[in-house]
Design a protein around this ligand. Structure first.
Ligand code: ADP
Ligand code: NG1
Ligand code: MG
Length: 458
């Protein structure tokens, strides 16, 4: 990946009204003009769910919905964050005294993750804070990565407020690491696509080291996103980290079963495959012959690894998973390795563009959803129903996207069937429920691959 930096762009004509309104709010609040705008988009993951933190590549695209900030540096070192949505309370603090507690994932803490992540990379005695008015259009807690857009945008605001240089590649890594301060132990997919996306292209994103490659989607297909409207904040609950921990323990037990591997040095399922030098098919065989389908108790895990519960907490658990007593290891490992295969297959179809590309991509997305629902158990009954409705209305394939336990489905559909799909889902999922009907316009949309994060002139 190139050591590219962000440039300062003029505001595009179709975005002028929103930027002007945000500038007005900034002037009203702070009595001065903002110095610049920073913008970071959300994303929809087309395939490769819950495998980035296991070391495997993923295939997302950016969406138009974003986090936008009007920003002005503050040389007194103060941070002041105001949100145009009044449900998010104003925050003010000192840039030299940032403390991100993991008790409640309040909105401004995501911004502090980005600010602190950037600050840790520079040792200046004088550090500017900044004032920001924030406007977001990504549905929150819906699997479209509003959290990482907020982290990345705040990190960009901090960088420019201090005239600190950093390549996009470095910023992806900084933001992926610093979002962990909120409490979730995710991979780097969301930050990488938000910061590096280019319009018209999906991205294949590999990790350790980070590499991004443009993926040309077939010409005659579109992607439709539909929000089940079941919300799930990943940092407010332990579900996300439980999966991270199950994958880590599965990797460690697989490694322990192999005479040549040192299980204490293994953190990810990807490490086991690479250290054994096996294909994904072969490692799936190892999973079948090594792990049992019944849940593992904490006592059994400790017995296999020959460690105490205290040592297990030290080597493998996180703050909000210390009290978890039961782990599904076979199912989680089967999902991860099979999903990693589906990403490779999806990318290969996009590259070869065979006549039946749509059917093949659709099938891979259907298989991904089944695996998330049945093996990874990260779907939600409403989301399963929504996926079925999308399929009945012309989607060639449909799957939950993002972390899950609610949130959005993404469907692949032939371009000339988009209207039928949108109308069918509107009638059969949204219109039938008074609580959902009023939200359909923001919840259901077709999306082309959008551009990535940027700074804009005031
Ligand atoms: P997602 O799938 O959208 O990334 P997360 O649970 O990871 O969901 O993060 C959602 C959180 O991000 C919200 O609870 C909120 O704190 C924050 N957030 C998202 N959008 C905004 C916004 N427009 N303004 C302020 N905070 C936001
Ligand atoms: P969302 O749903 O956007 O919070 C999370 C993780 C990703 C990835 C997906 C599941 C973070 C910031 N994001 O995304 O890294 O693991 O779940 O594929 O932790
Ligand atoms: Mg998130």
């Amino acid at each position: 990946m190139s050591e590219e930096n962000f440039s300062l762009l003029p505001v595009p004509d179709n975005k002028k009204d929103r930027f002007a309104l945000l500038k007005e709010k900034f002037v009203h609040k702070f009595g001065e003009d903002p110095a610049f705008f920073a913008r970071a988009p959300g994303r929809v993951n087309l395939i490769g769910e819950h495998i980035d933190y296991c070391g495997y590549s993923v295939l997302p695209m950016a969406i138009e919905q974003d986090i936008l900030m009007a920003v002005s540096p503050d040389d007194s070192g103060k941070l002041t964050f105001v949100n145009v949505d009044s449900q998010y309370e104003e925050f003010s603090g000192d840039v030299m005294q940032i403390l991100i507690t993991k008790d409640a994932p309040l909105w401004y803490k995501y911004m502090l993750c980005g600010v602190l992540g950037v600050k840790e990379n520079f040792c200046s005695l004088v550090v500017n804070g900044f004032k920001a008015v924030v406007s977001g259009t990504i549905p929150p807690s819906a699997g479209l990565s509003s959290s990482s857009a907020l982290v990345c945008c705040a990190a960009m605001a901090m960088l420019r407020s201090n005239s600190w240089p950093m390549s996009k590649e470095k910023l992806c890594e900084v933001c992926a690491k610093s979002e962990h301060y909120i409490g979730t132990e995710g991979g780097g997919m969301d930050q990488a696509i938000s910061l590096t996306a280019s319009a018209g292209k999906a991205k294949h994103i590999e990790f350790n080291p980070l590499r991004t490659t443009d993926v040309q989607l077939p010409q005659d297909v579109e992607f439709v996103v539909s929000n089940s409207l079941a919300e799930m904040n990943k940092a407010a609950t332990p579900y996300f980290n439980i999966r991270v921990v199950e994958c880590r323990i599965a990797a460690q037990i697989l490694a322990k079963s192999q005479p040549n591997l040192k299980w204490r040095e293994v953190k990810r399922l990807g490490d086991v495959q690479s250290q054994l030098g096996l294909s994904l098919d072969a490692i799936l065989e190892v999973v079948s012959s090594t792990l049992h389908k019944e849940p593992y108790s904490k006592a059994e895990v400790c017995k296999i690894l020959e460690i105490s519960p205290e040592e297990l907490a030290e080597t493998s658990l996180s703050a909000n998973t210390r009290d978890v007593e039961s782990f599904m290891l076979y199912q989680r490992a089967q999902h991860v390795y099979s999903e990693a295969k589906r990403v490779q297959a999806f990318k290969a179809v996009c590259e070869a563009q065979p006549a039946n590309a749509l059917a093949q991509l659709g099938q891979l997305m259907d298989e991904s959803h089944a695996s998330c629902r049945d093996l990874y158990e990260c779907s939600h009954p409403d989301l399963d129903m929504l996926v079925e409705i999308c399929k009945k209305n012309g989607a060639q394939g449909s799957r939950m996207t993002g972390a899950g336990w609610g949130g959005c489905a993404v469907s692949i559909v032939k371009s000339d069937s988009v209207g039928k799909l949108l109308a069918g889902v509107r009638d059969q999922y949204y219109a039938v429920s008074p609580s959902k009907a009023g939200k359909v316009d923001a919840a259901l949309f077709a999306s082309a691959p959008a551009g990535g994060a940027a700074y804009y002139e005031v």
